[in-house]
Design a protein around this ligand. Structure first.
Ligand code: ZN
Length: 131
């Protein structure tokens, strides 16, 4: 799905736009979902596709919402990111290509040893029972 950036610019907050469409990163511990422990799912802030679930969310101490798995296989795509002088793996929405965050190895975290470190403002939380 190709989203219209001028339409998104009107619909999203400036910070959401910077993160989702310009690959910015929100300040740690600033996002609204860092300490969200409610049951539900997390959808892409740009296209609404369900990407992550509360049951995979854990407190990583990183300052960003962290998930050890995706909602289902193929909901995100992973891209090598060599910006800022380091190698990271960028996490993007498979459906609309919007930037979400980065994927890190996290040996302390079971069972996947993966940590999807995602910007709060790239996500929309849908509380269980409301959708
Ligand atoms: Zn999307």
């Amino acid at each position: 799905m190709k989203l219209d950036d001028s339409e998104l610019k009107k619909r999203l907050t400036p910070e959401q736009y910077r993160v989702l469409r310009e690959s910015a990163t929100e300040a740690p511990f600033s996002g609204e979902y860092v300490d969200n422990h409610e049951d539900g799912n997390y959808a892409c802030g740009a296209c609404g596709e369900t990407l992550f679930m509360s049951e995979h969310k854990f407190d990583s101490g990183s300052g960003w919402p962290s998930f050890y798995d995706v909602a289902s296989r193929g909901t995100v795509k992973l891209i090598d990111d060599n910006s800022h002088g380091m190698h990271r793996v960028e996490v993007c929405c498979q459906n609309c290509d919007s930037h979400l965050g980065h994927l890190f190895e996290d040996a302390t975290n079971q069972p996947t040893k993966n940590r999807y470190c995602i910007n709060s403002c790239a996500l929309n939380f849908n509380k269980k029972g409301t959708k």
